[in-house]
Design a binder for this molecule. Structure first.
Ligand code: ASP
Length: 608
């Protein structure tokens, strides 16, 4: 037997027991004739004491960091207790030991605060994984996994695996493709999600399906994206949107309970996509704090009409506002006392390329009732007050105003709101706020191809009241500049996203389940009948054999874990992640393959 206990297990109640431990050498501290060793395994650290006799043995067999050690000894109470670790009241007085394996000197310290940079840690990820900080993240991931599985199992969901080698049907992201040796010249694709399979399972009668499953998307990577990532993927038949919302807020609440011991008793708030865009400037608002947008002037469509407060700011001779498509404001609470240096710094902040604005206008709502602004020249004090009122500002607040093109300005003010929220301590890490964002547009306009693309995916159903708009109108967009006036831009989807603290953690929809409507959808997306049949004939065919009404959702498992773990990066919660260029630096993948492999595949490289 290699061990009787783990390194995290022993307590004063075991004093005088003879035990055997095995683990890795964390530190060696020699004090004259005795040596202390911290022995580590997955469960913790136990202090070992090598007395005089063994010390001489150690002299001729020196221990190094990360050596694998087996020790037998007697548990004894420590005179110098360490209250920071659970085993800190005892130590093991070693009687005999064996070095099970030596270790080269690790390239970085295996400690919470390591001296290893990102690249080095990724190259030696197997060592990085020994660190407590990383281990805690993987433990949390496993806890989320277990909690989700339990909940879904208890609610009658069945875990059914779906294939990884499938047909390439790029729509949305780019597919990863895999050449087939047995079918030379033909390729599989790796699934971007099991979407069509889970729908087929509904047709087959497995009315509650789930899978914690890898998905693959060949996208340009941002810090929080991975080319392969994991979803908690779910689908239900004979359900309406309300059933799905209830079932899956139940899932997330259960995860909160099991993993964070948080009793999320509140009803999960709901917001339409339009309200989210209008009040927060993006479709995944962080509702831990207010500071909502004031639309002082906007070309943005709300309920089919252009809404604007433009008169308030127009006509004062201030060209930036007069000529802007959009002018948006937020009121930062209690910031009227910002110094010139602070407002200058904020101006620089919005001018950074990531934000991309030309400048920032501010109005200070001073405690003495006066209003001071960077555009005093153009606006009399009453006017400044009127604008500040429109922005919902109170005495002591600082109104921040951005102007420019609709989309960019909305994104920028939304980023600025989040930044101010952060600076003002309003985005507390230990506060969790869930939100359903609903009623998304069914279509999005793709400028580069002058056509509609599915905002969610092509299997999402329109709101029942909007089906007629889809059926009765030609999808062709004659005037690209006025695509917003095309009836299709008013069609809303039966789609919903779950948002947690400003992050989209899941999204889904009620699906189309009738062939004619699905065909219409493909046509709306610019597919010919042949194309639709070639790509999705299997699904259209299945819809002819008694497809039940159905809908579902998928949660981004990695991201959910990272938010619950209080980290910005999903990489920290993946055992073997890729870096920002999609590389596994430990494996050195992707990499070239042998000539022989090309021959077998009958493929010739033609790099451009
Ligand atoms: N398959 C979808 C996605 O990956 C989720 C869903 O609609 O269930 O976004």
């Amino acid at each position: 037997m290699y061990r009787t206990h783990t390194c995290g297990e022993l307590r004063v109640t075991q004093v005088n027991e003879m035990v055997t431990l095995a683990g890795w050498v964390q530190t060696v501290r020699k004090f004259g004739a005795i040596t202390f060793v911290d022995l580590r395994d997955r469960y913790g650290i136990t202090q070992l004491l090598f007395g005089e006799e063994l010390n001489t043995v150690l002299d001729s067999n020196p221990l190094g960091r990360e050596f694998v050690l087996q020790v037998q000894g007697k548990v004894q109470e420590r005179s110098n207790k360490n209250t920071h670790i659970p085993t800190g009241e005892i130590e093991l007085n070693v009687v005999s030991f064996a070095i099970l394996n030596k270790s080269a000197v690790p390239p970085f310290t295996i400690q919470d605060d390591t001296d290893g940079g990102d690249d080095l840690r990724m190259k030696y990820r197997f060592l990085d994984l020994r660190r407590n900080a990383v281990k805690k993240n993987l433990e949390l991931r496993y806890a989320v996994n277990r909690s989700a599985r339990n909940y879904l199992h208890e609610n009658g969901f069945m875990d059914i695996e779906t294939p990884f080698l499938i047909k390439s049907t790029p729509e949305g992201a780019r597919d990863f493709v895999v050449p087939s040796r047995m079918n030379a010249g033909q390729f599989y694709a790796l699934p971007q999600s099991p979407q069509t399979f889970k729908q087929l399972l509904m047709v087959s009668g497995y009315d509650r399906y789930y899978q914690i499953v890898k998905c693959f998307r060949d996208e340009d990577l941002r810090a929080d994206r991975q080319p392969e990532f994991t979803q908690i993927d779910c689908e239900m038949a004979f359900v309406e949107q309300e059933d799905i919302l209830n079932m899956f807020e139940g899932l997330v609440k259960q995860i909160f309970k099991d993993v964070k011991n948080i009793n999320y008793a509140d009803q999960v708030e709901r917001m339409t996509w339009e309200d989210a865009m209008w009040q927060f400037g993006n479709d995944k608002p962080d509702i831990r704090f207010g500071m909502q947008l004031a639309n002082l002037k906007s070309a943005f469509l709300k309920g089919g009409k252009i809404q604007a407060n433009g008169e308030l700011i127009n006509g004062a001779g201030f060209g930036v506002f007069d000529n802007a498509e959009t002018v948006l404001a937020i009121a930062a609470p209690g910031c009227a006392e910002y110094t010139r240096k602070q407002t200058d710094e904020l101006t620089e902040w919005v001018k950074r390329p990531q934000i991309g604005m030309q400048g920032l206008v501010y109005i200070k709502c001073n405690a003495d009732g006066t209003y001071k602004s960077s555009v005093d020249k153009f606006y009399a004090e009453e006017k400044l007050k009127a604008i500040a009122d429109a922005a919902g500002a109170k005495v002591g607040d600082l109104v921040l105003i951005l102007a420019g093109r609709e989309e960019r300005t909305r994104k920028a003010i939304s980023d600025l709101r989040l930044e101010m929220g952060k600076r003002l301590g309003m985005r507390k890490e230990d506060v969790f706020k869930l939100l359903w964002v609903m009623d998304f547009p069914l279509f999005e306009y793709a400028e580069e191809d002058n056509r509609w693309v599915a905002r969610h995916h092509p299997f999402t159903s329109p709101k029942p009241d909007h089906i007629d708009i889809m059926i009765n109108n030609n999808p062709l967009i004659e005037n690209a500049d006025k695509y917003l006036e095309h009836p299709y831009s008013n069609i809303k989807a039966n789609a919903y996203d779950m948002v947690l603290n400003g992050n989209e953690i899941g999204g889904g929809s009620i699906r189309i389940y009738q062939r004619p409507l699905q065909e219409k959808m493909f046509a709306a997306l610019g597919m010919t009948e042949e194309e639709a049949l070639h790509k999705f004939g299997f699904l259209l065919g299945a819809f002819e054999y008694g497809a039940p009404p159905h809908g579902g959702i998928a949660f981004g498992f990695d991201r959910l874990c990272s938010i619950l773990g209080g980290s910005e990066s999903i990489r920290d919660f993946i055992a073997f992640p890729k870096n920002n260029s999609g590389r596994d630096v430990m494996l050195d993948a992707p990499s070239a393959i042998d000539e022989k492999q090309f021959d077998e595949l009958q493929i010739k490289l033609n790099l451009k």
